[in-house]
Design a protein around this ligand. Sequence first.
Ligand SMILES: *Cc1c(COP(=O)(O)O)cnc(C)c1O
Length: 378
Amino acid sequence: MAKRKIEFYKHNIDAGDIKRACGVLNSIFLTTGKVVEEFENKLADYLKVKNVIGVTSCTAALHLSLLAWDIGPGDEVITTPMSFCATANSILHVGARPVFVDVEKETGNINAGLIESKITEKTKAIMPVHLYGQMCDMKRIRQIADKYKLIIIEDAAHCIEGVRNNIRPGQLGEAACFSFYATKNITSGEGGAIATNNNEKAELLKKLRLHGIDKSALERYTKQYQHWDMDVLGWKYNMDNIHASLLIGQLKRIELFWRKKERIARQYGNAFRDNKVISLLKNMPNSKHAHHLFTIQIEMNKRDAVLLNLQKRGIGVAVNFRPIHLLRYYKNRFMYKEGDYPVAEIIGKKTISLPLYPKLEDNEVKNIIESVLREINK
Ligand SMILES: *Cc1c(COP(=O)(O)O)cnc(C)c1O
């Protein structure tokens, strides 16, 4: 039976967001200015952190955060193999070495109980990832970081809305990094941000996102002309007014989006929870899951067939993630092999991500559930 295609993701940019973007395009000032500042202030309010710095991607946010906290060649950063490659790549970008710690079977998040065994003289930081939108145990990770004087840079690309034990991204870590990539919880196509309670580092990050120069375009050109200087080597990672204009309205609607996603996640959960072939990750107590991705796990020798058959039925699916250490570059460079991080590897072989977004309709959710149940029992 031919069915209408169910996209893996649909964004939520609406007419009001487009109108705001047109306002910027009809103005004189396109790059980093007042609109970026407005978005940064609103995201800081939402997250309850002191500073937000808008950048061009989460990868840029992670890279700049590592630079701002002086992580570089010779240093080691503890992170998870169960993430998108950008997480570990950012550590390589500053010349440091990613040191992987296996994940928890129940959540797919870094196993905090294994972190201490990987700490060496060279360890400078921990980079946890709040996988799929479920926060890591930040209180526990903060305790370990304090004991060994490490900094924490959170990869919160999935987790703007997440809360655990009253802690949100950016509140216990030195910095938390967000993504506004095309499929993320709110999006401007490409985009990112850093949240930090450290005012001094926030100033440095603002410099580092724009070559290392000490005055923004806004300061240089909209007021009386001022000479600028450069005292650190920065990058070209500044968010512009056009991208920021698309995000302001979405941030206002983010809880509405979240409630719709939460309802869909509950429908999936109810349909699959007691199924013998499917296992689901656990939602931790005292937590608000950001519901960026909904994944199911099935037998590894069936996974790829089910994935392809769902796609043939017109259902958008994805694999998040095949573990980073087994990507060819990492295998070749660091001699990783199968068996190094067994829990992450099992998730990588069993996982399927299903569509999860506010625009997903009830009949589509029903169709996805029926299709999954039919395919896994083939
Ligand atoms: C999407 C993603 C990133 C990278 O985000 P960009 O904005 O595309 O750079 C980093 N980490 C995780 C976990 C992601 O899912």
